[in-house]
Design a protein around this ligand. Structure first.
Ligand code: 5RP
Length: 227
């Protein structure tokens, strides 16, 4: 993981923003570089929709004008990081527990750019544990149902609830995150549909057919990938 590569990707993405746009702001260390580079451009009439309280705090500190999906339901461009970038620019996201708001903002966007360091590009999805956002009520029951779905996809290990020293991690929406160590996701579209069909699963971190461009930071610049 290279912070310099993340910085290069974030700065390159900021060049895609034009005055007057509504911009979705992703979450994570790479997205933070984008937010900083965007603020430094000082473009007039931007409105920014953050995907987490963390990103909102950073954007506010840097003087960006914040909006919400309620006030600006159509977003021109969203820029966000990823945990894995697979074939066809299929992504795993949610390492920062912001996947639900991220997906809501991505799906409301005319264009989405994924920014990442080079280590995020993989030949197949699944090495990074797949985050799954689950409502707290009855979460162990939901976890059992998730395990059944995973088994049906030849994924033997059950998903684990994400916790820190202070207890279970809560998302900005008050939900829990389960991480599924898939190793290999052979059919991301089928797994996405099967997880989404479970009552209690709010969202999962598979972002499929949503990325228009990936900007991959390198040590001395960046490269782009199209789907
Ligand atoms: C947060 C995310 C992040 O975009 C993802 O975890 C990548 O983070 P980073 O840029 O810090 O490597 O999906 O929910």
């Amino acid at each position: 993981m290279s912070d310099l590569q993340k910085k290069h990707a974030g700065e390159a993405a900021a060049a895609h923003v034009e005055a007057g746009m509504v911009v979705g702001l992703g979450t994570g260390s790479t997205a933070a570089w984008f937010v900083k580079a965007l603020a430094a451009r000082n473009l007039p009439d931007l409105r920014c929709v953050p995907t987490s309280e963390r990103t909102a705090d950073l954007a506010r500190e840097l003087g960006l004008t914040l909006s919400t999906l309620e006030d600006t339901p159509k977003i021109d461009l969203t820029v966000d990081g990823a945990d894995e970038i697979g074939p066809g620019l299929a992504l795993i996201k949610g390492g920062g527990a912001a996947l639900l708001r991220e997906k809501l903002v991505w799906e409301a966007s005319a264009r989405c750019i994924c920014i990442a360091d080079a280590a995020k590009v993989v030949p197949a999805l699944g090495t990074f544990p797949l985050p799954i956002e689950v409502v707290a009520f009855g979460h162990k029951t939901t976890a059992n149902r998730i395990a059944d779905v995973l088994a049906d996809h030849d994924i033997a290990s059950p998903a684990r609830v994400r916790e820190a020293e202070r207890g279970l991690i809560r998302t900005d929406g008050g939900n829990l995150i389960y991480d599924a160590a898939c190793k290999l996701i052979a059919d991301p579209a089928r797994l996405a549909a099967d997880l989404k069909s479970l009552t209690g699963v709010v969202e999962h971190g598979l972002f499929l057919d949503l990325t228009d461009l990936a900007i991959i930071g390198t040590d001395d610049g960046f490269e782009t990938l199209a789907p």
